[in-house]
Write a protein that binds this ligand. Structure first.
Ligand code: ZN
Length: 467
């Protein structure tokens, strides 16, 4: 006979904290606790109850901490840009930015540089409270990058650079068959690593760089492998103009017609859309990754043309991304969430637009849905993965702590993140990443960034003299 009242063994109890659960009721527990066994959350409740119920191998927490689910960044370029961050001037027009700066810089990376770039992005995300990401499909050396991500311990979905109607650069030029072959290979060889933390999706660069056979094959492969499909579309007028010239219809109309729009599709930007396109997105169940920082720095006119409020009103799942580090110099999703809450309040002169609670839902639950992990991440609830963030509120921007949701979005940012768990494992402690040698990472990133920009031959356009 077993004693039902005896404390049950668990690996970790986080207790004595303010717990933002993001569960179905959106409960916030003032003196709350989260019990973790292995990779999973087994219980969430009041500290007094969970302390009596469980015998933890380790305890952490205290009343200075606000505990939240890990955030989900649904669009980020982890190669290319982390190591050239800030080198591209912030006054270049969109086409020049992409084709004269970004593409040449991306094409110079070797495998070791891409691996370090991926690790730098992963460490930046983890240290600012993001535990899961969707990569943009612009990796060249996928095997090496995957290896580096496994070492850091983040959760993510990644893909190789795939397109079949390329402009320059030549290192990425590929036929339709080769492009489909890349997708097929990555979905077989990177089906699941590290207990499912890292895996490949069917990701295209998108825009106007894909033939219809490639669009269709990418969707078919996503369905066949039970994974998501992702691509960029319509940040500027270039994509709709090109689709109209080529097919006589706007991008969403064409993509719906060839069977691409679906529940397992995540599209990035989607700024220049009309109402007919919005209706098709809503009907399909596809998600949209809203990247406010890119819109600001690359001048997309998101508040002038963007229909993010209308998307949400139609029930379209809108999540948040930080994009590339030259279009958005940081990967701190808390800062991007702050912009999501604020941009349309101002643009529409309407404080009801994107309340803090809604913006935070987009960064957690919305992201989980985009990743097709609705039941696995995005909330602190029994059965979910133990992807957990402890924010230290003994900091000036957090005190006094009077309204946790308002302050998570409007006061705090990633600097206050103290401890982070992914799959129940502590990967950030005291604000430092515990899985890799951070000092070496900073030194490698600096050396490689200087080498890549020197090899590019692109001018240093910093406007002030460095003496
Ligand atoms: Zn992007």
């Amino acid at each position: 006979m077993t004693d039902d009242s005896a404390p049950r063994p668990i690996d970790l109890l986080i207790h004595g904290c303010q717990v933002v659960t993001m569960n179905a009721h959106r409960d916030i527990i003032r003196n709350g606790a989260v019990a973790v066994r292995g990779t999973t959350i087994v219980d969430v409740g009041r500290s007094s109850e969970l302390l009596a119920k469980y015998a933890p191998a380790r305890t952490i927490g205290g009343d200075r901490f606000v505990v939240t689910p890990g955030m989900v960044n649904t669009h980020i370029h982890i190669t290319g840009e982390p190591l050239t961050r800030g080198y591209v001037p912030d006054d270049t027009p969109f086409v020049e930015n992409v084709f004269e700066w970004l593409c040449p810089l991306y094409s110079l990376f070797d495998a070791a540089e891409e691996r370090t770039s991926g690790q730098l992005a992963a460490v930046e995300m983890l240290r600012s409270g993001t535990t899961c990401f969707l990569e943009a499909g612009t990796i060249r050396f996928l095997d090496e990058v995957v290896d580096g991500l496994i070492e850091v311990g983040i959760r993510g979905r990644v893909g190789r650079w795939v397109w079949d109607r390329p402009p320059e650069p030549s290192v990425y030029r590929q036929t339709t068959d080769a492009a489909i072959g890349h997708l097929d290979r990555q979905l077989h060889e990177h089906r699941s690593h590290a207990g499912g933390r890292i895996a490949a999706w069917s990701i295209l660069v998108g825009h106007t760089t894909c033939s219809d056979p490639l669009w269709k094959a990418a969707k078919a492969l996503a369905d066949q492998h039970g994974v998501g499909m992702s691509f960029h579309m319509s940040p500027s007028q270039l994509d709709p103009d090109t689709f109209i010239a080529e097919f006589g219809q706007r991008p969403m109309i064409h993509l719906a017609e060839i069977g691409v729009l679906d529940r397992n599709v995540a599209m990035t930007h989607v700024v220049r859309v009309d109402d007919a396109e919005l209706a098709l997105i809503a009907e399909s169940g596809a998600s949209v990754a809203h990247c406010p920082t890119t819109a600001l720095k690359v001048s997309y006119g998101i508040t002038q043309f963007g229909k993010m409020p209308e998307m949400v009103q139609r029930g379209i799942n809108v999540s948040i991304g930080t994009d590339g580090n030259n279009a958005s110099n940081y990967s701190d999703l808390m800062r991007a969430t702050y912009l999501v809450a604020g941009l349309f309040k101002d643009a529409r002169v309407d404080p009801q637009m994107f309340p803090a609670e809604q913006a935070y839902e987009m960064a957690t639950l919305g992201g989980a849905r985009t990743m097709l992990m609705d039941e696995e991440i995005g909330a602190l609830a029994p059965g979910r993965k133990a992807d957990i963030v402890l924010h230290d509120t003994d900091r000036p921007e957090w005190r006094p702590l009077l309204n946790v949701m308002n302050q998570l979005v409007w006061s705090a940012d990633g600097r206050g993140v103290h401890t982070v768990l992914v799959d129940g494992k502590v990967v950030v402690e005291g604000g430092r990443c515990t899985t890799i040698d951070e000092e070496k990472l900073w030194a490698d990133a600096q050396r490689m960034g200087e080498s890549i920009t020197a090899r590019s031959g692109l001018p240093d356009r910093a406007k002030f003299p460095t003496i």
